[in-house]
Design a binder for this molecule. Structure first.
Ligand code: NDP
Length: 444
């Protein structure tokens, strides 16, 4: 998911990374360019044969007026679909039972408490969606047919939601992990609160990132598959591979959701336009785009090729999961676990919190985390490649997500390295000496 941290001068108590490269210009560019990009992506995928050149040709002939003509209005039906989906997911988040789990202790000593009911919410959502279609109560093709309007409504609705987050951050922060940078654009863009909640129990980032954003990925993957079926009376093997891999990936995400609550997205990045708008709009549009493309481009791969891609994709998703699992198991057991059948090698690090307390932490230097410092990004990128490659190579656009993800994760690895270097100092240097590569062993 979309992630970066605010630039310097933040007076927030939330733990932040200070990147001098992030300028106001880049924030304003992202604020203004991402919404039209989402619409152009949808237009190219669904109405311009997945072709960038067709879209550019249309724009060069029709200019800004032409662009405004293709921007769908957020119609009442689109708003209704979003509102019902959001209310359903919010209700599941609040009402389904789940184990109590604790997030990491924040720099101000706050420890968020969660109800781990992600798998149940995921299963209920998918079963309910397929059942609505199966029993003829609601046809998911309606979602596909109003996709442009839905994205348009999401673009504006999520923007308003981010304004709400900004105001809430100023007037009614939910925890001590909150604060203002003193600059309205930074506060809006990067957010003010680390753990915003409505009431005591409704965690806003769990809703935006997991239950709305990631869940919509699975729901839309199914929607694309059903649309192709309804159009052609069958589903091409390329679509089956794409849908299966995306669903396995999202299933893995919900299986591991409590682990996600320990990652940078939740524990370091505050709730603002960057992460919340990203999860509410960018994930349902850009992340699902390879499937969106395949609806009108059914490719027959043949059983052997389809199975090869499927197995390769599953392997990558498994390795990515195992990297995250290995790190979390190592931390959970305080290093008293087996890593690849052996006692783990580690660095015993210490760091000082913003409150001046000295704490200790462990860095794993064997297993996946001994290959490179962010090896988990390699299978993440490859998995995305494998659920895109069923589209073959007639158009560049289905590969936009893989390219975006590669840039995002290379930037994230650098950002995380910078954050860990400033957190752990000489201990991080020891780790870098022992594990010199940032992402790709032997290369980078
Ligand atoms: P994590 O936050 O899970 O891991 C990085 C953190 O782990 C560091 O900040 C540090 O935190 C700790 N750490 C670093 N090195 C070690 C070590 N050797 N031993 C123990 N702990 C260590 O990373 P991400 O949030 O980036 O990734 C989590 C998952 O999300 C991955 O599977 C990734 O591929 C996926 N992801 C997907 C994205 C997408 O858009 N599809 C975007 C981003 C991530 P600490 O301060 O605790 O020491």
């Amino acid at each position: 998911m979309a992630v970066q941290s605010p630039p310097s001068k933040s007076k927030s108590n939330a733990e932040t990374v200070h990147s001098p490269l992030v300028t106001y210009a880049s924030m304003i560019s992202l604020l203004t360019l991402c919404p039209p990009f989402v619409i152009l992506l949808w237009y190219s995928m669904t109405l311009a044969d997945g072709s960038v050149s067709q879209t550019l040709d249309y724009l060069s002939r029709n200019g800004l007026q032409g662009f405004l003509r293709i921007w769908p209005r957020p119609t009442p039906i689109a708003c209704k679909i979003i509102a019902i989906y959001a209310a359903f997911e919010a209700a599941l988040q609040l009402l389904l039972p789940g184990k109590t789990v604790y997030g990491p202790i924040s720099p101000t000593g706050h420890r968020p408490v969660y109800k781990a009911n992600g798998v149940a919410a995921y299963l209920v959502t998918l079963v309910a969606y397929v059942a609505l279609w199966w029993f003829g109560i609601f046809n998911p093709t309606i979602v596909y047919d109003h996709l442009g309007e839905i994205y348009s409504a999401l673009i504006f609705g999520s923007f308003v939601f981010c304004i709400f987050l900004y105001i809430k951050g100023h007037l009614a922060p939910s925890s001590t992990d909150s604060g203002s940078s003193g600059n309205i654009i930074i506060d809006f863009y990067w957010g003010m609160e680390l753990y915003p909640r409505i009431g005591k129990h409704f965690d806003i980032k769990v809703f935006t990132n997991c239950r709305f954003g990631m869940m919509s990925w699975a729901v839309l993957a199914l929607t694309y598959c059903i649309k192709q079926y309804e159009e052609n009376g069958k589903v091409a093997d390329s679509m089956l591979v794409n849908t299966a891999l995306m669903l396995i990936y999202v299933t893995k995400f919900f299986w591991w959701e409590a682990g996600y609550w320990n990652t940078m997205d939740i524990a370091h990045d505050r709730a603002g336009f960057y992460i919340c708008w990203g999860c509410l709009v960018w994930v349902p549009s850009v992340y699902t785009s390879p499937g969106m493309y395949l609806v009108n481009h059914p490719v027959n791969l043949g059983t052997q090729l389809a199975l090869t891609i499927l197995v390769a994709g599953i392997l990558c998703i498994y390795i990515n999961y195992d990297c995250d699992r290995q790190r979390q198991e190592f931390r959970r057991t305080n290093g008293k676990c087996r890593v690849w059948g052996k006692a783990p090698s580690k660095i015993e690090a210490s760091y000082t919190t913003t409150a001046g307390e000295t704490k200790r932490s462990l860095l794993l230097t064997s297993g996946w985390w001994g290959l490179s410092r962010h090896f988990h990004y390699v299978p993440e990128i490859l998995a995305a490649f494998f659920w895109t490659v069923p589209a073959l190579f007639n158009h560049f656009l289905p590969y936009f997500y893989v390219m975006f993800l590669t840039i995002l994760l290379f930037d994230r690895a650098k950002r995380d390295d910078d954050r860990c270097r400033s957190k752990y100092g000489k201990y991080w240097k020891l780790y870098c000496d022992k594990v010199p590569y940032r992402i790709i062993p032997g290369i980078y």
